[in-house]
Ligand binder design. Structure first.
Ligand SMILES: O=C(O)C1=C[C@@H](OP(=O)(O)O)[C@@H](O)[C@H](O)C1
Ligand SMILES: C=C(OP(=O)(O)O)C(=O)O
Length: 449
């Protein structure tokens, strides 16, 4: 464990840049590993989750190499060409690696065992086991596994796999992507019906690599995604935009720390990801988009954020999929806002790296905030801008191997009287390895002015 007390510091000013998007980084490596020829990725997130994906793709035959200039170069095996891994695939803390790679393995004639850390080993895999079994894959729980739907799991892919039409029972980009990736090496057309739109990086990137994929939108917003199987993918150049889910921590920090005036450069603003910024604006946050442009086929802007007086709101549950990872940090903003913030429709937060409703409830209360937990959300009565008391001496926030809990409470510490003690900062490296150095740079005034 690596504990740390995060304390109030001066205003956040200057310009920073956050690392590459985690979702796009995973997919760059996976699709590059299935393509023919070279894929060159700049701005790849070098977080532990993405490195788990890189390790697995190497174990299945792809060459994945980091060059001295920071670019990552991938030489793929071609769709259908994945090799039998010689050892269990260690997915660490990463749900995205696990579920998407299960999709890839499902339509190859190979057997793979997936293992993960204590957090990942509790997360539900039934949601991918169901559609991938319909496609022909077979799953065997390892002896001693806790039930049949959690890691460790052994799976045997099917070749040829069976194309399916699958309606997503849960709004999940990971499940959608698992089925689409399995469809790549499946004869015929694999169809995913998505009643509630989720992040669309897989669709954008599959097309970019040359797959035939069509998206139809129905009047009620349902998306029907059809992927033509036995695809041929061709290597390409990818520039990964900055991760909005990482930028979120510094956006909220600048909003709640008096005097702050911060520019966060190169933030991905794909509409299926960016709802947090709209919610914070509706709460009174000054967040301005500068120089809107396209990077790697994704909308990007620099965000100019200034300290703001926030007001609590009721968050529309319709936006949940487009900010699903941002609720822990939104809860921190709510704890500093004037009045009550009400969130609903957040059942999925209970099956992330931790139960993010229960853990944020306990964490914010320990830091002195007023929080009520419901079945599907939190209600938070904010301080109206007054700093939180902070965690008492000798008590620490339990982060439960969840990077977003650790970073959210670190930000809460910046707006506290006595500081917030986080029990373990190590999980931060899964998605945002330079989080603490960026924060410390801002505190010491070394961020670029
Ligand atoms: O597809 C992806 O890259 C992701 C999808 C989301 O998960 P779900 O699909 O389980 O909601 C998100 O929470 C995760 O951080 C990344
Ligand atoms: C839920 C997350 O990631 P994953 O599902 O890939 O572990 C996250 O990064 O917040």
């Amino acid at each position: 464990m690596r504990p740390r007390r995060f304390r109030a510091m001066g205003p956040l000013t200057g310009r920073i840049r956050v690392p590459g998007d985690k979702s796009i980084s995973h997919r760059s490596i996976m699709l590059g590993a299935l393509a023919l020829g070279e894929t060159r990725v700049s701005g790849l997130l070098e977080g532990e989750d993405v490195l788990s994906t890189a390790g697995a793709m190497r174990a299945m035959g792809a060459s994945v190499v980091r060059e001295d200039n920071g670019d990552w170069v991938i030489h793929g095996v071609g769709v259908g060409g994945l090799l039998q891994p010689q050892a269990a695939l260690d997915m660490g803390n990463s749900g995205t690696s696990t579920r998407l790679l299960m999709g890839l393995v499902a339509s190859h004639a190979i057997t793979a065992t997936f293992v993960g850390d204590a957090s990942l080993s509790k997360r539900p895999m039934g949601r991918v086991i169901e559609p991938l079994s319909l496609m022909g894959a077979e799953f065997t729980p390892s002896p001693g596994a806790n039930g049949s739907q959690t890691l460790p799991l052994m799976m045997r892919g099917a070749a040829p796999a069976v194309p399916i039409t699958y309606r997503l029972p849960v709004a999940s980009a990971q499940v959608k992507s698992a089925v689409l990736l399995a469809g790549l090496n499946t004869p015929g057309i694999t169809t995913v019906i998505e009643p509630i739109p989720t992040r669309d990086h897989s669709e954008r990137m599959l097309k970019g690599f040359g797959a035939r994929l069509e998206v139809e939108r129905e009047a009620d917003g349902t998306r029907i995604i059809r992927l033509h199987g036995e695809a041929e993918l061709t290597g390409r150049r990818i520039t990964v935009p900055g991760d909005p889910s990482s930028a979120a921590f510094f956006v909220v920090a600048a909003l709640i720390v008096p005097g702050s005036d911060l520019v966060i450069e190169n933030v991905g603003l794909n509409p299926t990801r960016a709802a947090l910024f709209d919610v914070l604006r509706a709460m009174g946050g000054h967040i301005e988009e500068l120089d809107r442009r396209e990077v790697g086929g994704e909308p990007v802007a620099d965000l100019h954020v200034r300290h703001s007086a926030l007001t609590g709101i009721a968050v529309d549950p319709a936006v949940v999929p487009s900010m699903v990872d941002e609720f822990p940090i939104l809860f921190v903003a709510a704890a500093l806002a004037k009045g009550r913030t009400v969130t609903t429709g957040l059942e999925e937060l209970r099956v992330k790296e931790s139960d993010r409703l229960a853990v944020m409830h306990a964490a914010l209360e320990l830091a002195g905030a007023r929080v009520t937990e419901t079945e599907d959300g939190l209600m938070i009565d904010g301080t109206g801008g007054e700093p939180l008391p902070g965690t008492p001496e000798g008590a620490a926030i339990a982060t439960h191997l969840d990077h977003r809990i650790a970073m959210s409470l670190a930000v809460a510490g910046l707006a506290s009287k006595g500081g917030v003690e986080v029990d373990d900062t190590r999980p931060i490296a899964t998605s945002f390895p330079v989080f603490e150095s960026l924060l410390d740079g801002l505190a010491s005034g070394t961020a670029r002015a």
